[in-house]
Design a protein around this ligand. Structure first.
Ligand code: PEP
Ligand code: MN
Length: 337
């Protein structure tokens, strides 16, 4: 952290500031040139609130050199985090594919889709049981019945399951039955929920908020990591921009940015990012080419009659073709499927 001093800063005030820094347990380096006068605080400044310095008249501005997150920061954890879920690794060389319907709708629906996905080589089955819908009049999910159906689909196919949690009401059921607990875009900044998920050791799939910056996403991951749960997977799912042709704008540049800033795995959801089934394939291919560790894709056997997000769901046959194309892209960028 750099404290930029005013040209006419009072020496006695500078000494008071230096004393304050020493008392906090840091070293300080004073740099004085013709055009600038700086106090550089040496040490881990993650926890310092800049306002404690901004109050001094001697200080013109405070500049952060270090990011405000520590546990999620690659600086302190240079190697990629690899998360092992039933011997499937997310964050390693292999691309992980999570696929399934937006919502679990019925026994027949989830089993039909799960079997088709397994045949095409998907690694995880997704499906919403508790659904965060914009309208309270829309289908809200089968709730606990949906969770039961997912468990059944897992038994039938062996595919580990991924489903969204919206509150801690059924946390024990999630811990017992769900392989990856998803935190949706709308709950990315539900800090009380994140803190509770930090206390468990189930993998958490944290989706980027609708209007959140990359730094805000990493700060949310920090909440979970700080509680002691190291198993966080990030997900880019598109953000709100002025463009309204697509449902959201897929921020592909978040992939290399997150790879540079953090050691956590990053996957991409091209379905919610675009909102259109025919855009899922090109965006999925682009995401893998850009370095994503995996994909989360909505697949439905009857999208025309889906209870949610049918328009952005691809059919199982299309998913199968996509898997073949993904193999070629993965190979081209030195990854495996
Ligand atoms: C979902 O994955 O079904 C979902 C609701 O996604 P998001 O939270 O990204 O909108
Ligand atoms: Mn959906």
């Amino acid at each position: 952290m750099l404290l930029i001093l005013n040209k006419n800063a009072d020496t006695s005030e500078i000494n008071i500031i230096k004393e304050k820094i020493y008392k906090m347990g840091f070293e300080v380096n004073e740099i004085k040139e013709i055009n600038y006068h700086i106090l550089s605080i040496i040490g881990d400044t993650t926890k310092i609130d800049p306002r404690i310095f901004e109050v001094y008249t001697a200080i013109d501005k405070v500049i952060f050199v270090q990011e405000p997150y520590k546990k999620a920061n690659r600086l302190f954890h240079p190697n990629n985090t690899e998360i092992n879920i039933s011997n499937k690794i997310i964050g390693g060389n292999k691309i992980s594919i999570i696929a399934g319907p937006c919502s679990v709708e019925s026994h027949e629906q989830i089993i039909t889709i799960a079997k088709a996905l397994q045949m095409s080589g998907a690694n995880f089955l997704r499906g919403g049981a508790f659904k965060p819908r914009t309208s309270p009049y829309s289908f809200q999910g089968l709730k606990m019945e949906g969770l039961e159906l997912l468990k059944y689909a897992k038994q039938e196919t062996g595919l580990p399951i991924v489903t969204e949690i919206m509150s801690t009401d059924y946390l024990d059921d999630y811990i017992e039955n769900v392989d990856i607990i998803q935190v949706g875009a709308r709950n990315m900044q539900n800090y009380e929920l994140l803190k509770e998920l930090g206390k468990i050791n189930k993998p958490i799939l944290l989706k980027r908020g609708l209007s959140s910056t990359i730094e805000e996403l990493l700060m949310s991951a920090e909440y979970i990591l700080l509680g002691g749960n190291d198993n966080v997977i990030l997900c880019e799912r598109g953000i709100r921009t002025f463009e309204n042709y697509t449902r959201n704008t897929l921020d592909l540049s978040a992939i290399p940015a997150i790879k540079k800033l953090s050691h956590l795995p990053i996957i991409v959801d091209p379905s919610h990012a675009t909102g259109m089934w025919w855009m899922v394939e090109p965006m999925a291919l682009a995401a893998v080419a850009a370095g994503a560790d995996g994909l989360m894709i909505e697949v439905h056997n009857d999208p025309e009659n889906a209870l949610s997000d049918g328009n952005q769901s691809i059919k199982p046959e299309k998913f199968k073709q996509l898997m073949e194309k993904l193999k070629l892209i993965a190979q081209a960028v030195g990854r495996e499927m």
